[in-house]
Design a binder for this molecule. Structure first.
Ligand code: COA
Length: 288
């Protein structure tokens, strides 16, 4: 075994959590090199998110688009599992942090987290189409590829509740404005539209882009990695999760399940029956 000097051990320990994000010394904090006292009051929260995730400050136009994408996902009411879980957790006595952690846990592939997979599919279409390829054709091929692999649902499209998601059109308008200003290239907006067309063909009806699909377009246009897209959605939904946890806390009710007790759930197991004879013969056990 090689002997290590105290200096080497100290250097290794310092490098253990090597980070390029923040530098802290007594009385001094700098994020990505910028002193915190310069950031406070000058940098808006979406700009701060960008700085933290990307290492540099965004242009005002990029920040505006990111901010717009973070607004509509904050809440989708107590029917959304993430919001319901937050409220139920509070009625079970969990503090705000426990309620938020419980709710965030369900923001995975199917609920809330579909944006990440959607971004991955958009990138797949982008690569397949290359510079010259037709986007609808490439989208059709990618959808077929996934269908053949047993994944018949295209994440980011369709909705249980909304025939047309009211959050999509205003964000498309902002994308068009950002493209006209040269903030984004508009390629992923066109890919999103192409997916809508490709999905409509076999079904003969529109399966419209939902909030995950449109925010996936924005995050792709802004150059975020797919996994960060999911994280950004979670940041946004966390606001609603917190608000609902807080509101429920003020109500002070205890142990609320997903439905009022008076509404029965459907039972689909065996009909009432007697225990088999060998169990019935045991008599009633008494605790001593
Ligand atoms: C949200 C969702 C669960 C609604 O599904 P649903 O209730 O079955 O939707 P509908 O009743 O409107 O659609 C029925 C048909 O369209 C198909 N369909 C719906 N969304 C689809 C999608 N995104 N991709 C491909 N096909 C889809 C269904 O498979 C079904 O086909 P079938 O009749 O051959 O069985 C579904 O669209 C979905 O899983 N979307 C992707 C996940 C997502 O983006 N989640 C975030 C929602 S904000």
């Amino acid at each position: 075994m090689t002997t290590r000097t105290a200096e080497q051990t100290l250097a290794d320990a310092s490098a253990w959590w090597d980070t390029s994000i923040i530098d802290i010394h007594p009385g001094k904090i700098a994020i990505r090199g910028y002193p915190i006292e310069q950031l406070i009051g000058r940098v808006r929260f979406p700009e701060m998110i960008w700085l933290m995730l990307r290492g540099e400050l965004p242009s005002p136009e990029q920040a505006e688009l990111l901010e717009a994408a973070l607004v509509p996902g904050v809440d989708h009411g107590p029917h959304a599992p993430s919001i319901a879980i937050s409220r139920m957790a509070v009625t079970c006595g969990l503090p705000v942090n426990g309620a938020m952690a419980s709710a965030i846990n369900v923001l995975d592939d199917i609920h809330g987290g579909a944006g990440q997979q959607c971004m991955e599919r958009y990138h797949e279409i982008d690569v397949l189409a290359g510079a010259e390829g037709d986007l609808v054709e490439s989208a059709t091929t990618v959808l077929e590829r996934h269908r053949a692999a047993g994944e018949k649902i295209m994440p980011g499209f369709g909705h249980r509740f909304h025939p047309v998601d009211p959050r999509t059109a205003p964000l498309f308008e902002l994308l068009a404005r950002a493209e006209a200003r040269g903030t984004i290239g508009g390629r992923f907006a066109r890919i999103g539209r192409a997916v809508e067309v490709a999905l409509q063909k076999p079904k003969g009806r529109l399966i419209p882009m939902n909030i995950d699909g449109i925010t996936a377009v924005i995050f792709c246009e802004l150059g975020f990695e797919p996994e960060l897209g999911r994280g950004l959605f979670i940041l946004s939904r966390s606001v609603g999760i917190l608000a609902h946890a807080w509101e429920q806390k003020q109500r002070g009710r205890r142990i609320m399940g997903p439905m009022p007790r008076e509404i029965p759930f459907k039972y689909s197991g065996p009909a009432r029956r007697d225990l088999p004879a060998e169990f019935a013969a045991r008599g009633t056990r008494t605790r001593t």
